[in-house]
Design a protein around this ligand. Structure first.
Ligand code: SF4
Length: 205
C-alpha cells in the first residue's frame, strides 16, 4: 500500500460553480483518505494523491451526486469570468452561456485534447481570451469570437474571427471551429497551428 501508485481525479465544474453537496462529499473523502484538493487553472476541482486501488470507491459517491469527471475526448468546460451580477462590468451571465454551449456539445466524445475555450462578460477578457484556442467576449453589440491563442513558453495571441454576432451564431461558430480542429488534427493540437491553413473557415476581422 505504501508504494501504491497515486492518481488524481478531476471533477468538472461548469461555469466555475462549486455545488455544495459535491464539495461537501469531496471534503469528506479528502479527510477520510488524506487526499489533496486542488482548484485547477481551468476552474475544475482535482482530488490529488488517490491510491489507485481506491479510485472507484472515491468516484462513486461523487458520481451519485451527479459529478462529472474529466476524460479523454470530452468536450472542454469553458473557463468563464464571474459575469453579470457579480462584476460591475459584466454584460452577460457567463454561466448560462457556458451551460448552453455544454448542452449543445453534450455527448460529444471525440474532441481532441488541448482545446481551451474561454468566455468573458466584457472586453476586459479576464479568463484569458487572448491566450485561449477559442475566446468568446460579450460586447455592447453582441459577441466577438477569437481563435488561436495559447499560453506556455511561446505564447500566441488569438485573432478576432467574428464580430457582433448573436448567441446562436456563437454556438454555430464553435461547431464549425471544433469540427475543423477535429478534421485537421490527428492528436492533440492547439488551434493556432491551424490559423494559416488555407481551409481555415473564418478570416480575421
Ligand atoms: S471580463 Fe469583464 S465582466 Fe468579466 S470579470 Fe473581467 S472585468 Fe468583469
Amino acid at each position: 500500500m505504501a508504494n501504491e501508485t497515486k492518481v488524481s481525479l478531476t471533477i468538472l465544474l461548469p461555469g466555475g460553480r462549486l455545488p455544495l453537496d459535491i464539495m461537501e462529499t469531496a471534503l469528506t473523502l479528502a479527510k477520510k483518505y488524506n487526499l489533496g484538493l486542488y482548484l485547477s487553472t481551468l476552474q475544475n476541482l482535482r482530488l490529488l494523491d488517490i491510491p489507485e486501488s481506491l479510485l472507484d470507491d472515491i468516484k462513486k459517491p461523487l458520481a451519485d451526486l451527479g459529478a462529472e469527471f474529466k476524460a479523454p475526448g470530452r468536450f472542454p468546460i469553458p473557463r468563464v469570468c464571474v459575469g453579470r451580477g457579480h462584476c460591475k462590468l459584466g454584460l452577460i451571465d457567463t454561466e448560462t452561456l457556458s451551460r448552453k454551449i455544454l448542452a449543445h456539445f453534450a455527448g460529444r466524445e471525440k474532441t481532441k485534447g488541448k482545446l481551451k475555450i474561454a468566455i468573458a462578460a466584457c472586453t476586459m477578457g479576464c479568463p484569458g481570451i487572448g491566450t485561449s484556442d477559442i475566446g468568446i467576449v460579450a460586447t455592447r453589440n453582441g459577441y466577438d469570437i477569437f481563435a488561436g491563442g495559447k499560453g506556455g513558453t511561446y505564447p500566441k495571441i488569438s485573432r478576432r474571427i467574428r464580430r457582433d454576432v448573436n448567441e446562436d451564431e456563437v454556438v454555430k461558430t464553435l461547431d464549425t471551429l471544433i469540427e475543423f480542429h477535429d478534421r485537421k488534427t490527428t492528436t492533440k493540437q492547439r488551434m493556432f497551428k491551424l490559423l494559416d491553413d488555407p481551409d481555415f473557415p473564418f478570416p480575421e476581422t
